[in-house]
Each structure stands twice: as C-alpha cells, then as structure tokens.
Design a protein around this ligand. Structure first.
Ligand SMILES: CC(C)(COP(=O)(O)OP(=O)(O)OC[C@H]1O[C@@H](n2cnc3c(N)ncnc32)[C@H](O)[C@@H]1OP(=O)(O)O)[C@@H](O)C(=O)NCCC(=O)NCCS
Length: 325
C-alpha cells in the first residue's frame, strides 16, 4: 500500500519542518511543559529538565545526538508561526527483539493555535516519514481522559490495541489489607512455568518494549541468577498459595526512577485473592519504603488493588497504525 492510498499528504505545509535538536530543544521543552502541565509526573518533569540541560550543553549535545544513545528526542516535526515553535511531534526509535519500532510522542500544540489542523499535519508528516523508513511498527499512547487526542488519532486511522492502568502504592505504617485465605511464601522454582504463562498474558509481547520488564531476570536457576547479578536492579519475589494451589506471583524490582516496579503474574480468577497476601508479604520483606508502581491491564483487579492501598494514576490507551491492508 502506498502513502497515497493511506491519504498521507506528500507535501508538507510551509510552517511544518523537521525537528532540529540543536535549534528546537528549548522551545519544545517549553511547549511540552505548557501543554502537559496537568499531567506531568516527576519522571515527566525530569525529562523536560534533561531537554533543557542538553540544550545548554553545546558540543556534548552533538555527541549525544550523533551516538543515538540518549533519551532526548532526536527525530520529529515542529510547526512554526513566525519565529515561534507552536507545535511539536517526536518520533522515538526503539529496538526490541531485533526489530525497529517507533513511538509517536510529545504531540503538543500551543493552546492559542489549536483546532487549526496542526497536530493532524504533524502526525501525517510523521507517517509519511515512516513510510520512507519501511512502515515499521508504529505506536502511541494516549491518556484515556484525553478525548481530544483520542479523537485526533482515531481520525488519522490509528487503532486501539489495549488499555493499561498505572497504579501507585504508597506505603502506610500499618496497611489495612482485606481478608484472604491465600498464604504468602517465597517464590519457588516450580512456580516459574505458571508465573511465566501469567506474565505473558498480563504483559503481552506488544507492550514489553515499553516496560523495564525482562522475564529472564525473574527466572529461577542459574540463568536468572546470572542475569540478576549482572544487572544493577534488585529483585524479590513472593507467591500466594491456597490449599497448595498457586494463585499468583508478585515481583519487586528496584529502579532509579521515582518508583520501584511491581509485576503481578496472576490470572483474573485468582488475582483478587492473591493480592492481599502478596502485598502483606512485600510490606514485611521490603526494607525500602519507596513508592511502588504496577502496570496492569485496565479494568482488572480494580477493587482488590484499591483495597490494598493502590491508587490509579492514569489509564493509557495504546494505539498502533495499521500499515497493512
Ligand atoms: C491534542 C492536541 C495535540 C490537538 O492539537 P490540534 O492542533 O488542536 O488538533 P487538530 O486541529 O489537528 O485536530 C485534528 C482532529 O483532532 C480532533 N480534535 C482535536 N482537538 C479536539 C478537541 N478539543 N475535541 C475533540 N476533537 C478534537 C478532531 O477530530 C480534529 O479534527 P476536526 O478539527 O476536523 O474536527 C492539542 O489539543 C494539545 O496539545 N493538547 C495537549 C497535549 C496533548 O494532550 N497531547 C496529546 C498527547 S497523546
């Protein structure tokens, strides 16, 4: 299928040009900060600060940009009105399982210039660019509470693939956990087959490239021990059982970001019973009281998570672009 058949315009409007890291980084940091003011978390603020620091770093910026080893946006498009950048879209390349894929991010249009088709033009330009890159897998994430952006991407042809909720647990001195007949214990080697199966279901392959989850590091035995020893992260795992039956496994993974990670491997039928036992065990065993974040399929275990003290931070809709007919 050609770009024409996808109705991607071949010509850019004159206000639209490629993002230039040496020229646009500060303006894009300002625009992203303004447009996402209501939803920026600590990691988002850090990202903006990194853009501003990099913009000041001169030759170091050239080095980072040419090596490609940076979290800074390297590709994308901006919309300019006079001297001012009023629209931005970043195109972030990722590599996962030997495959290159792209994330469309930081889509932002200054409030004074909205509903003029700027975001649509930026997104069409990105798609046109991706046609030239061989139509790689192309994803974006949009807040479920952001109908303007959801509508924008639907109009362009993106399709919804999944919804994920980010949960946050802040430790309380004595958590008031719901009753359960499940009992916690250390994760055992024989739990791994089910744990892996449940992890694959709860964190599907299409999502893994965006998460700091590497199942091999959770694996028992030599392979997992080696992986853990070689990595900077620490990992602890607990299982919940009832009458000898495994209900679920919780993995804790340290992080350099605002919160440490939790991965919950449990099927829908037993996740609610497993959670209180697993959270109680984590509260006893973890020596760190850092906030914990859990990424989980939206709509799953909502009541149980809330009863265990988790708070839903946001639900993201994951969309991809259907290149194939
Ligand atoms: C979302 C955002 C980027 C849209 O930018 P924009 O330049 O105003 O969007 P466009 O004018 O290109 O709109 C294209 C289409 O998107 C949809 N759309 C855009 N804004 C909308 C709104 N407020 N309500 C409903 N639909 C909207 C419409 O379908 C629109 O087509 P139409 O004008 O023919 O009806 C802008 O509102 C913004 O910067 N928001 C804050 C940051 C943000 O949420 N970014 C998206 C992150 S995923």
């Amino acid at each position: 299928m050609s770009a024409q058949a996808l109705s991607i315009p071949q010509e850019f409007p004159s206000n639209l040009r490629r993002f230039d890291i040496r020229r646009d980084l500060n303006a894009v940091a300002d625009l992203v900060e303004l447009c996402f003011a209501n939803s920026l978390d600590a990691d988002g603020r850090l990202y903006i600060q990194q853009m501003r620091d990099a913009a000041r770093s001169g030759p170091l910026l050239d080095l980072a940009a040419s090596s490609g080893r940076t979290d800074l946006p390297l590709n994308g498009f901006v919309w300019q009105e006079g001297e001012r950048v009023v629209g931005n879209l970043s195109l972030i390349a990722q590599r996962h399982a030997g495959q290159r894929l792209y994330l469309i991010a930081n889509v932002s249009v200054h409030p004074e210039h909205r509903r003029r088709g700027i975001a649509e033009a930026l997104t069409q330009a990105a798609l046109q660019d991706l046609v030239a890159r061989g139509r790689p897998k192309t994803w974006l994430q949009v807040d479920a509470d952001n109908p303007a952006a959801v509508e924008l991407y639907r109009k362009i042809g993106f399709r919804e693939r999944m919804q994920r909720t980010s949960w946050r647990l802040l430790w309380q001195p004595s958590p008031n956990l719901p009753e359960t007949h499940a009992r916690p214990r250390a994760r055992k080697t024989q739990d791994w087959a089910r744990q892996q199966e449940w992890l694959d279901a709860n964190y599907p392959a299409d999502l893994r490239w965006q998460l700091p989850l590497e199942p091999v590091a959770l694996q028992p035995g030599l392979r997992g021990s080696l992986e853990r020893a070689l990595s900077a992260r620490q990992i602890e795992q607990w299982s919940a059982v009832q009458n000898g039956r495994l209900l679920g496994v919780l993995s804790w993974q340290s992080s350099a970001m605002e919160a440490d990670h939790l991965w919950l491997a449990a099927p829908p039928k037993s996740e609610a019973a497993a959670l209180p036992a697993l959270v109680a065990e984590a509260a006893q065993r973890l020596y760190s009281y850092r906030p914990l974040s859990l990424n989980y399929p939206a709509g799953r275990a909502v009541e149980a998570l809330e009863q265990c003290g988790f708070r839903a931070v946001r639900t993201l809709i994951w969309m991809d672009y259907p290149w194939k007919e």
